[in-house]
Ligand binder design. Structure first.
Ligand code: ADP
Length: 402
């Protein structure tokens, strides 16, 4: 029996196929540039490349069909229960206030995903297209939706409310939702496992630092606050997003610079962040670290500002949690940049955070601890695995444990 996980992005679709027993990954694939000039497919089985070719993919549904054909060619899509795919888990970015856990897909759930497309226009529609294609391809399989927002549903009202006129919350649902929830939940539980701690007694700050970046304050497995808000634009500085900003600056852009709403949004989402600060034509942290190393002052400023904001949120979340047992770094930057981790933790000894610079510099696989033995707060680097997290959620839903 196998479980298939789909992850539809704004222009890509990834699949991962797991053996249901033990959740070993058996194959993965991806279609990039969906809906663009020359979509490309990659597929690998047990880590070895099997296919890499151009493909017709006008939408996420067509991309999924092409990837499922690869599964068939690899003999991983048998018709019977024993060999075939018994459940499909779909990552869905926005589930609004209603979705607090993964659920079986019903017509009502599809309607909800379509409704929240207004708040996640680049992500919910391809997820829905993927779900509909999967329902056709695997009519007998359980279809499960796992929401990025669900992990944050436990935030208290005081953390998610914006101080705007009440009807904007009540009627328009303008509030903090938070994203990357599947990753924050996954690394929190991995941290508890590594520390040999009961998740229910653990207070942690999780830092998901990839192209998109967010942090969460987690107490006992429940999110108490998170840095992304109504959309993924709020919070940390990101590759090309500005993060926290005085909203009046946006109105200034519109009134004084003549930018329309779409242009302002494009500026803040795609032309800001590390890309804008460093001024080297790249928002990729590797390029920025290299430029800073060669003495480019704005690249150094980009690094400093990026890390400073992470540090501010660590302090804020330690206060929100009323204590702190662990800080977890994950995703492309969190897992691979000792510089960002060092800068973000520097000067937080008064909170009980002491990084061991030698451990911080050492690479390695799996969960790694980078705190000094005398550090009261444990510092961990934990590779995220959203696909495995979704596969676990699918199993819990199918076994009715959730
Ligand atoms: P996404 O959010 O698209 O999944 P990732 O989690 O892959 O992104 O993170 C991408 C970011 O990770 C980029 O800024 C990239 O520069 C950074 N990154 C990846 N490897 C390294 C590395 N070895 N050192 C520093 N930064 C890295």
């Amino acid at each position: 029996m196998k479980i298939l996980v789909t992850n539809a992005g704004s222009s890509s679709l990834k699949i991962t196929c797991f053996a249901a027993e033990g959740l070993q990954e058996v194959a993965k694939g991806m279609v990039e540039r969906i809906g663009q000039a020359s979509p490309a497919l990659r597929f690998s089985q047990n880590g070895g490349q099997v296919a890499s070719r151009p493909v017709e993919a006008a939408d996420a549904g067509q991309a999924l069909r092409a990837l499922v054909a690869c599964l068939g060619e690899a003999g991983l899509n048998g018709a019977d229960q024993e060999e075939g795919i018994v459940a499909v888990g779909h990552r869905v970015v926005h589930g609004g206030e209603e979705m607090t856990r993964p659920v079986l897909v019903t017509p009502e759930i599809k309607e909800l995903i379509a409704r929240y497309a207004a708040l996640a226009p680049l992500h919910n529609p391809p997820s829905l297209a993927g779900i509909e294609a999967a329902q056709e391809l695997f009519p007998d399989a359980a279809q499960v939706a796992a929401f990025d927002t669900a992990f944050h549903a436990s935030m208290p009202e005081r953390a998610f409310i914006y101080a705007l006129p009440w009807e904007l919350y009540e009627q328009d649902k303008i509030r903090r939702y938070g994203f990357h929830g599947i990753s924050h939940g996954f690394v929190f539980h991995e941290a508890a496992r590594h520390l040999g701690a009961e998740p229910s007694g653990l207070k942690a700050v999780t830092c998901h630092l990839g192209n998109g970046c967010s942090m969460a304050a987690v107490n006992g497995g429940a999110a108490r606050d998170t840095s992304m808000g109504f959309t993924p634009l709020e919070g940390l500085i990101m590759g090309t997003r500005c993060g926290d900003l005085d909203p009046a600056a946006v109105l200034y852009l519109q009134e004084q610079k003549g930018l329309g709403p779409a242009e302002a949004l494009e500026l803040m989402n795609h032309r800001s962040g590390l890309l804008a600060l460093a001024g080297i034509g790249s928002g990729d942290l590797r390029d920025i670290e290299q430029a800073a190393g060669e003495g480019a002052p704005r690249a150094q400023l980009a690094l400093d500002a990026f890390a400073y904001r992470i540090k501010k949120y660590i302090g804020a979340y330690a206060a929100a949690l009323g204590g702190l047992d662990a800080v977890v770094f994950t995703a492309g930057i969190g897992e691979n940049s000792p510089t960002v981790r060092r800068l973000a933790c520097a000067g937080l000894e008064f909170l009980g955070l002491e990084i061991d610079e030698k451990l911080n510099q050492e690479g390695g696989e799996g969960v790694r601890e980078i705190s000094a033995p005398s550090s009261r707060v444990r510092l961990l680097v934990i590779p995220t695995n959203e696909e495995l997290a979704i596969a676990r959620q699918v199993l819990r839903v199918v076994r009715r444990e959730d």
